[in-house]
Design a protein around this ligand. Structure first.
Ligand code: UT7
Length: 322
């Protein structure tokens, strides 16, 4: 019998503290108008002093497990996409496992920066569809407020904190993932990066980004990866009901929509409220698109992400809890 994997539960967590563009005007030489017109961002969320990627991931995971009617002890695998883990080791996933009481689960992180959630989802699908595991928890969680230079207006206005999670479960009938494309171009590693304590560096661990280069890469790769994933699923772009892209900048998505010759409303967007939450942005957007009624059973979705690496990832999903 064919064995598939599909998403049966989802959840998200956003810290309570809202940081508006107006508040940023007090921190750096910027304006609400500059930020909104260049990025589409109005506000973002910032963690409290006692919150981390693992605590946010655990919140989002609990919501996803509840919706799936799944006990933590029934989770076989936890993968967290993050590039801002609480520690160098153990993995963020190990802390999530403990927090949930998911005592049976294997646990590891994937660092593919903003593409991390799709990398993690594709990995989980492989384990589940192969019959190795029955239930996998896949999380994207990042706390960029802790790696930003709050005096650098080029970067600090762009990002926010958050987490999103899904439960992937085996299915005998529902196809779930139809295709995925994962890629990386390490020659672009210095385009957007954050040094760490294990490298050769000056001990300043702030995110650095070549904005315009990243922008150009992003527009091209959103189009290319989407086209490739759709073709690999034996579909046409016109078959796609909704694209859930990495939420970095509305201008990136406007340009991609134009290049793909798709109406902008095919792209779900919530960057206005959260900024760029890195690996969390796609699962948070997925949760909100479902909650707002934009996704129904049988819909064909493209998830598409890009970021540090330079990494990219796209996946076509036939939606339905089956
Ligand atoms: O998750 C993936 C990672 N990131 C991305 O996808 C981001 C991709 N890049 C972008 O979204 C855009 O490149 C930015 C939003 C970062 C910048 O927009 P841009 O239109 O490419 O602006 P720019 O970097 O060319 O800068 C234009 C001007 C510069 O001033 P000068 O040199 O022309 O006088 C910047 O110094 O805007 C200035 N600037 C700002 N001004 C006010 C940069 N940041 C700010 C700011 N407020 N916050």
């Amino acid at each position: 019998m064919a064995r598939y994997a599909r998403v049966v539960g989802w959840g998200k967590y956003l810290p309570d503290k809202v940081l508006t563009n107006q508040e940023l005007e007090q921190l750096v030489d910027t304006t609400d108008d500059w930020i909104f017109s260049r990025t589409g961002i109005k506000e973002r969320r910032i963690v409290a002093a006692d919150e981390t990627s693992s605590t946010m991931a655990a919140h989002a995971s609990r919501e996803a497990l509840e919706l799936s009617d799944l006990k933590p002890e029934s989770v076989d695998l936890i993968i967290v996409g993050t590039c801002t883990p609480d520690h160098i080791f153990p993995a963020c996933a190990a802390l999530v496992q403990d927090s949930l009481g998911a005592t049976k689960a294997a646990a590891f992180d994937i660092n593919a920066a903003c593409s991390g959630f799709i990398y993690a989802l594709a990995t989980a699908y492989q384990f589940v569809a192969a019959g190795t595991y029955e239930n996998a928890l896949v999380v994207g969680s990042d706390v960029y407020s802790r790696i930003l230079d709050w005096e650098d207006r080029n970067t600090c206005v762009l990002f926010g904190d958050g987490a999103g999670a899904v439960v992937v479960q085996a299915s005998g009938s529902h196809p779930g993932s139809l295709s995925f494309v994962l890629g990386n171009d390490g020659s672009g590693a210095s385009t957007i990066y954050t040094p760490g304590p294990c490298g050769v560096n000056d001990g300043r661990y702030y995110l650095t980004m070549k904005g315009p280069e990243t922008f150009k890469f992003a527009v091209n790769i959103v189009c290319e990866a989407t086209r490739q994933a759709v073709a690999a699923a034996n579909l046409e772009l016109s078959d796609i009901d909704l694209i859930i892209p990495h939420q970095a900048n509305t201008r990136i998505l406007k340009s991609a929509a134009k290049m793909l010759d798709l109406p902008l409303d095919k792209f779900y967007m919530n960057v206005e409220r959260y900024g760029n939450t890195s690996a969390a942005s796609i699962p948070i957007a997925l949760c909100e698109a479902i909650d707002e009624g934009h996704i129904k059973d049988g819909d064909k979705l493209v998830l598409v992400g890009f970021g540090g690496g330079l990494s990219w990832a796209a996946m076509v999903i036939e939606w339905g809890r089956g």
